[in-house]
Design a protein around this ligand. Sequence first.
Ligand SMILES: Nc1nc2c(ncn2[C@@H]2O[C@H](COP(=O)(O)OP(=O)(O)OP(=O)(O)O)[C@@H](O)[C@H]2O)c(=O)[nH]1
Ligand SMILES: [Mg+2]
Length: 307
Amino acid sequence: MIAELVGRLRQGDRNALARLVSHAARGEHLTELQRALTPSLTPARVVAVTGSGGVGKSSLIGKLISVLRSQNHRVAVLACDPQSPLSGGALLGDRFRMGSTTDDGVFIRSLAALTGHGAVADHLDVVIRLCEKFGFDVVILETVGSGQGDVEVRNLADVVVLLVQPESGDDVQWEKAGILECADVVVVHKADLPTAEQTAAQVRAALDLSPGRDVPVLRVSTKANQGHAELWQAIVALPLRRRQPSPACMLMQSLSDILSAQFREKESAPELAKLAEAWQRGEITEAEAVEKLVRILLMHQPDEPEA
Ligand SMILES: Nc1nc2c(ncn2[C@@H]2O[C@H](COP(=O)(O)OP(=O)(O)OP(=O)(O)O)[C@@H](O)[C@H]2O)c(=O)[nH]1
Ligand SMILES: [Mg+2]
């Protein structure tokens, strides 16, 4: 069932995506999912947006979606929520703030973060890969509003964007808690408020205390619709942190992609198809798959002159 759903997901079936995300979020069929979700040739850029409750994460993400859509990116937003999304309130609230959308290039989903796994929902890694397989090239994670430095978020995301707001000027909690350490970009959000520049200066001063790090500090106002395009520019200027697929994986991925087109007519096609399927199901390793691939190709080559 999972393999079939993943097949439909790859064809762009949103219903399959929604069902698979629900399974993954509930921790169901994880082994099958892990097997079916071979690494992507074109990994999505995963951006975590973190910051304390009410700093404006959802609102800012809503505007960021518009910027990304105007550049033809396809965007999935995974909003981690301390409550069960089934309770409804937070989910609807977030959707509202992010702007309701019937746009095919956007997917917004709230996920429960129940078991104290830091600031993100359980099995978020699998959900991210589902979005990637579906074809979203940007995945935005809204963390639970703790804003605490969180290893899990750093492992999942390519870029961590930390939001702080001008009112926090006095007790500078972000500084004390060391949460600046985890940020790749710091946004002083609600920059329409009077003390935004002062807060930005405080953040820069705090960042200067850890030399060798070049963390951009930007002022953004969602209310005044300012700074979102510049924020995206700063994000894409950063290197992708997550691991790229191995060369063997890329080879096998291309093989399974070109199989149907190139080899359909040839004698070796069924063998190659079986091989690609076995690899996709995780029954053989990449190294074994590549070895078998070479054997099959060598075996068939002399007998198959071009038509
Ligand atoms: N002044 C000002 N207020 C803003 C801005 N952006 C958002 N807000 C307000 O900030 C409040 C919180 O916004 P949210 O987007 O829900 O914040 P959040 O960080 O997602 O909140 P949680 O998900 O509950 O942690 C709302 O009342 C917004 O209207 C801004 O640029 N300027
Ligand atoms: Mg929110």
